[in-house]
Design a protein. Structure first.
Length: 511
């Protein structure tokens, strides 16, 4: 749909439908010093996992463009809105820009000036570029006193000014027409708004929702929605505003043949001036689950075939290296990936890089100490793709029982599957599945941990995996529940011998 033809304050299946398809750029923060400080305090090192970008000569073709300011960044590293001035007392400001023709190792810095006078304390010192050849970036201030006046931020590449922007800071807040909080989702929640906001969607997606807030709007004001695909304009529609002064709006986009892999952007304009913008990415093959990482396996080492050595759920004191492995599928080269390591809840590593591992394979990373063994404590690992968390895991080193190897029983059968909406067929995220110990029925279940054989929850694609293998020639009872859906329970889920795997397909009905 490209127009609100029925005047119901939304673009949906009741309006005009058009197809689009396509690549846009990533929004990603400058690497912060905080994790490096925490890592140094803990005596940890990460350089063995991945090399720093080697300095390289400039091609002379670096191009920075589309500079704009935002007062905030959402959980997916997307701007919360687009602004052209800031009131007095503002404490956060972010400069966004697109780039192409860059090379890792180039020197990048930001020079800030106030009313024409350079402000070294507000600038970004020179450092090596690690953002790949093209994409988008942001540089910003968070929870910091911002001086009043005309603040100009200029980005330099290899010592040469490549572009920038200026913004007025000061005065009272203005009640200007605004669009903000633009997010995407595969479905709409029963009470309105996105069911599960995301920036990664599987190839073949036929329906996509865009949600945003609006304020200080007047009827008749011109507004425009422009969709970009692979850097090319795919669709643009200009129409007069015909809704209330403030509220929430949703666009339901129908794609006849499904979205192709790539990156996309939606720009929203008010009176021909950019008011909100956000990117999203489509990954994987048609009808596949999109970008996906399997549960993380921690291990003491890696063999010559790239397989984990001594995988375990926890490790004894004295461990010198902590390795992490995860099978992946549906990835596209060029996607922005961030690896975060935590020790006792404190981030000790934040490493952004561009993906070059192909569509599928085994991902590997490692953490080790500067000298001696790793500090005891709980280690956490987070994998983000384009700012969206795709996998998390944790393990204990020391201060815990001796390591328990990950069980690999010869007679065990892996169990996995998908949970979907019975009416729409769309995946249900956050559903919980309980497989009860043999002999315990649904009616006899007292909701005690010791009565549960294994449990799992679905990811945003509705996919789940049971952590314990299923025993052949055994019958279980299963209970499945999800928010806003009727719970499901069934006895006598029997596992015959000879199966290589158990693939369950579950449909739940809305309450």
């Amino acid at each position: 749909p490209v127009a609100d033809t029925n005047g119901n304050n939304r673009l949906d299946a009741g309006d005009t439908c058009v197809p689009i398809g396509g690549f846009i750029n990533a929004l990603r923060p400058v690497k912060l010093a905080g994790p490096l400080i925490q890592a140094a305090r803990a005596g940890l090192d990460y350089q063995g996992a991945r090399d720093e970008p080697a300095p390289g000569p400039s091609t002379g073709q670096a191009l920075l463009s589309n500079f704009f300011f935002s007062p905030g960044v959402n959980e997916f590293d997307q701007p919360t809105t687009v602004i052209y001035s800031l009131p007095s007392g503002a404490r956060s400001l972010y400069l966004f820009f697109d780039y192409e023709g860059m090379a890792d190792g180039m020197t990048v810095e930001m020079v800030a000036s106030l009313d024409g006078q350079e402000q070294p304390d507000l600038g970004l010192p020179p450092g090596p570029w690690s953002g790949g050849p093209e994409g988008s970036w942001w540089i910003g201030y968070q929870d910091q006193d911002l001086p009043e006046g005309t603040l100009e931020m200029i980005v330099l590449v290899d010592g040469v000014a490549a572009g920038g922007a200026a913004i007025e800071i000061g005065g009272r807040p203005q009640a200007l027409p605004t669009f903000s909080n633009l997010v995407f989702s595969l479905s709409e929640a029963p009470g309105g708004g996105p069911r599960e906001p995301a920036v990664l969607f599987p190839a073949g997606t036929e329906v996509l929702y865009a949600f945003f807030d609006y304020a200080n709007m007047t009827r008749g004001t011109s507004w425009t929605s422009t969709w970009w695909a692979d850097g090319e304009m795919a669709l643009s529609e200009d129409e007069p505003w015909d809704s209330a002064a403030e509220g929430a709006y949703v666009i339901e986009l129908g794609i006849r043949d499904g979205l192709e892999p790539g990156a996309y952007r939606l720009d929203l304009y008010i009176d021909d001036r950019l008011a909100a913008t956000s990117n999203f990415w489509v990954t994987g093959l048609a009808d596949g689950p999109g970008a996906y990482f399997e549960p993380i396996v921690f291990a003491e080492g890696i063999d010559r075939n790239g397989q984990p050595v001594a995988p375990a759920a926890s490790f004894a004191p004295g461990l010198e290296e902590l390795h992490a492995f995860s099978g992946y599928s549906g990835m596209n080269d060029g996607l922005d990936v961030t690896v975060n390591w935590y020790l006792e809840g404190e981030k000790v590593v934040e490493w952004p890089y561009q993906w070059a591992g192909g569509q599928e394979g085994i991902w590997h990373d490692l953490l080790y100490a500067n000298s001696g063994p790793l500090p005891d404590g709980e280690y956490g690992l987070e994998l983000l793709v384009e700012g969206q968390v795709l996998r998390q895991g944790s393990t204990m080193v020391g201060s815990a029982p001796r390591p328990t190897p990950v069980p690999r029983p010869e007679t065990g059968i892996p169990g996995f599957g998908i949970v979907t909406d019975a009416d729409t067929g769309r995946p249900i995220a956050g559903a919980t599945l309980l497989l009860l110990n043999p002999g315990i029925t649904v009616d006899a279940f007292n909701w005690l941990d010791e009565e549960v054989y294994t449990a799992a929850s679905t990811d945003r694609r509705g996919y789940f995996e049971f952590p314990r293998p299923l025993v052949p020639n055994t019958c279980y009872s299963i209970i499945i529940g999800a928010e806003n859906y009727w719970p499901f329970g069934q006895d006598d889920v029997c596992i015959p011998a000879g199966l290589p795997e158990v693939d369950l397909e579950v449909q739940l009905e809305h309450e």
